[in-house]
Design a binder for this molecule. Structure first.
Ligand code: ZN
Length: 106
């Protein structure tokens, strides 16, 4: 298993789960790998940088998040990569102010 970068390794839900710690109370999977300044989990895969929680949702649901849509956390834990805590939402700026606390990311 390579120590960093997963360019030659198929990224799967199982691998994402292996690289995170389950939080028994919330059910969150806390990402152990690299996270950006805002705390969002990032991984280099296929020669590109990806948001891990977004990949987790796509792998789990076996479909792509449409362009312009965001992978948002139900649990409000930015480093959580449990696909069951992720939902696809529209960019916060298109919604009224009560949606502003949703993370703006990609
Ligand atoms: Zn969570």
């Amino acid at each position: 298993m390579p120590g960093r970068g997963y360019t030659n390794t198929e990224l799967t839900i199982g691998l994402i789960e292996e690289l995170s710690i389950p939080e028994p109370n919330s059910g969150c999977w806390l990402w152990l790998g690299y996270a950006n300044k805002k705390g969002y989990p990032r991984v280099g895969y296929g020669g590109k940088k990806h948001m891990v929680h977004r990949l987790a949702w796509e792998l789990f649901n076996r479909k792509k998040i449409p362009d312009g849509m965001f992978a948002c956390h139900r649990c409000d834990v930015p480093c959580c990569v449990n696909p069951q805590h992720i939902f696809v939402g529209t960019p916060p700026r298109t919604k009224p102010s009560h949606r502003l606390r949703l993370q703006k990311h990609g």
